[in-house]
Write a protein that binds this ligand. Structure first.
Ligand code: ZN
Ligand code: ZN
Length: 349
């Protein structure tokens, strides 16, 4: 039986030893159980996500005819303007195949507090356009439940690597250099819990990263009563699409853990890596966000506040006249800097 796999250590073709149920490398004498060479195809990985079918329903919603935002809300809760672009263009529409969230993180900051916090934050920015503060004070602050997917998964990472140690033996007349190859094999299981991926297309992904973390221990089961007074953005990414965005990051992290478990003075060169997903589960949740936006010169500035912690992110709309009062070239900018640091708990077993 032809066997197309190559040896993870030396790259030579492997020979399947059917009697022994192993794959053998004639070049370096490595002996591998065939399951060690198993590769999980993408469809198989994504297929794990379909184990728990999401309930799909048709829901009344509203569409912003200006920016295309789709929100789920009761007639009474939807404001006359779009909470993402500020345009007065909200039209009722039926939203087919809407997923019911499994859990919701309730707002811990109410509307009045949100307005005060925004106003306080803006008042500290010297170069801000005064029209902005007016937008906040006149109540153009909206509470939105932003959709996220939370992924739980267990990844088994199999790593083959080679390191080479050299030693030199010198005598008066000669110098003998010996190189020894060390083959390393590691299998680690990394367990990820509640890795968040934004499922919204109306919230800037970069700002969403800065907005975190959210304390996910405060999630409660979905209850329509929690929606009163707020709108929920409809997810624009399916679980599979969202998982594709985070998969590389998770696998890189798992690989790093496997590499770190190889303790060698020499550089270990990775020969093959395989990631096998033991479990993969997605949970559809809603996170509380206050937003205010302000359009100026055809550009909409969006500001978001974490509805649980009060953290604010956004790009400050500068007042040109105020900026000119400063020296030219004064750089004012993004409110906060940080990185995606709320990626999950990583446990190694
Ligand atoms: Zn070999
Ligand atoms: Zn809009």
């Amino acid at each position: 039986m032809p066997y197309s796999k190559t040896c993870p250590y030396c790259g030579e073709p492997l020979r399947l030893n059917e009697a022994e149920k192993t794959a053998h490398c004639d070049a370096c004498e490595a002996e591998l159980p065939p399951e060690e060479l198993l590769v999980q195809r993408e469809e198989a990985v994504l297929g794990l996500l379909q184990e728990r079918p999401q309930k799909q329903a048709d829901r009344d919603g509203f569409l912003c005819e200006n920016c295309g935002a789709q929100v789920i809300a009761d007639e009474a809760d939807v404001s006359s303007f779009c909470c993402f672009c500020g345009a007065p263009a909200m039209a009722p529409m039926m939203l087919p195949d809407t997923i019911d969230p499994e859990a919701v993180l309730p707002f811990a900051i109410d509307r009045v507090q949100a307005q005060d916090r925004f106003a306080h934050w803006f008042s500290r920015k010297k170069l801000i356009d005064p029209g902005f503060l007016h937008a906040v004070r006149s109540g153009r602050v909206s509470g939105i439940y932003v959709p996220f997917w939370l992924f739980d998964c267990e990844i088994e990472t199999h790593l083959h690597a080679v390191s080479t140690a050299t030693s030199t033996l010198r005598t008066d007349r000669s110098e003998v250099m010996t190189a020894k190859d060390y083959f390393h094999y590691r299998a680690v299981t990394a367990d990820y819990r509640s890795v968040p991926v934004l499922a919204s297309e109306k919230v800037n992904g970069h700002l969403a990263d800065l907005l975190g973390p959210f304390d996910l221990t405060m999630l409660v089961p979905f209850d329509p009563a929690l929606m009163a007074g707020f709108v929920a953005e409809r997810n624009s990414l399916t679980a599979q699409q969202a998982f594709r965005q985070v998969r590389e990051q998770l696998e890189a992290d798992s690989l790093r853990a496997a590499r770190e478990s190889i303790l060698t003075d020499a550089y270990a060169q990775v020969k093959t890596v395989r990631h096998l997903y033991k479990t993969l589960r997605a949970q559809y949740v809603l996170m509380p966000v206050w937003t205010v936006n302000y359009s100026r010169n055809g550009f909409t500035h969006q500001f978001f506040m974490n509805g649980q912690t009060g953290k604010i992110v956004g790009e400050v709309p500068l007042s040109l006249s105020r900026t000119l009062q400063w020296f030219a070239g004064v750089a004012a900018g993004v409110a906060a800097a940080g990185e995606l640091v709320w990626v999950a708990v990583n446990k190694l077993r």
